[in-house]
Design a protein around this ligand. Structure first.
Ligand code: MN
Length: 230
């Protein structure tokens, strides 16, 4: 199966990215994989994402991906890899699809929680701001483009800010747990558009949820650091 063709739903680009992969730092380098602690209290994202949603999303959904992955990898080569390598190495292998799905979702949510760490700038700054404005337009236009990318994901999935084949910033929708690092691209900002991410708080109003997250929760220093890490 061609992951790239299946997964890439929307791409927009303009300005060249200077970095490559910004990977979340993970606590362990091999199995058993340990879910990192939530980097803030469960109510820290309220009212934009409620404590109840965070409790279920982090404590049940995210935890389950780690638990299942740890049931699947013993005795396989994946047990000796770090989590990002499990994602990249299992991507596109039909026999290892279950390992890929759980590893990718475990990884995705580490990046997701990390990027909402309180205390950072609420809008992009410096070089990141220049690049994003040149690529997407102003903040409102960026939000619109994220919503449009999410609408191109028919079922469950994610929208990631990454870069395209030409090395330019891009918003790309991925189905299910698929993500940029599975196809050798950087993961700068990930918006979870599975219903479990927003349904308790916003019911079917996904665009409202995406706008609330982008207007209020993203720590853009985390995004800038991912871009700079390369
Ligand atoms: Mn999720």
């Amino acid at each position: 199966m061609n992951i790239t063709r299946r997964s890439l739903l929307v791409a927009a680009s303009a300005v060249a990215a200077t970095g490559t992969l910004g990977a979340p730092r993970l606590a362990r380098a091999a199995a058993p994989f340990k879910q990192p602690a939530l980097p803030y209290a469960e109510d820290a994202l309220a009212p934009h994402i409620s404590a109840r949603t965070v409790s279920l999303h982090y404590g049940k959904h995210h935890k389950k991906y780690f638990d299942t992955l740890n049931e699947l990898v013993p005795g396989t080569p994946y047990a000796e890899m770090d989590l990002a390598d499990v994602v990249a190495s299992s991507a596109g292998k039909e026999d290892d699809a279950k390992i890929f799905n759980n590893a990718a979702q475990a990884w995705n949510h580490v990046a997701y929680w990390e990027q909402f760490a309180p205390g950072g700038p609420k809008r992009p700054e410096g070089e990141l701001a220049t690049m994003m404005t040149g690529t997407f337009g102003d903040h409102a236009a960026f939000v619109e483009k994220v919503v449009a990318a999410s609408d191109a994901v028919f079922g469950t999935g994610w929208v990631w800010m990454t870069h395209d084949d030409a090395g330019k910033l891009a918003l790309i929708g991925y189905e299910d747990g698929n993500n940029p690092i599975a196809v050798g691209r950087p993961a700068y900002l990930g918006i979870d558009v599975w219903e479990h991410a927003y349904y308790l708080d916003y019911e079917n109003r996904k665009p409202e949820h995406i706008k609330a997250v982008l207007d209020n929760l993203v720590n853009w220093q985390v995004v800038a650091d991912r871009l700079a890490r390369g």
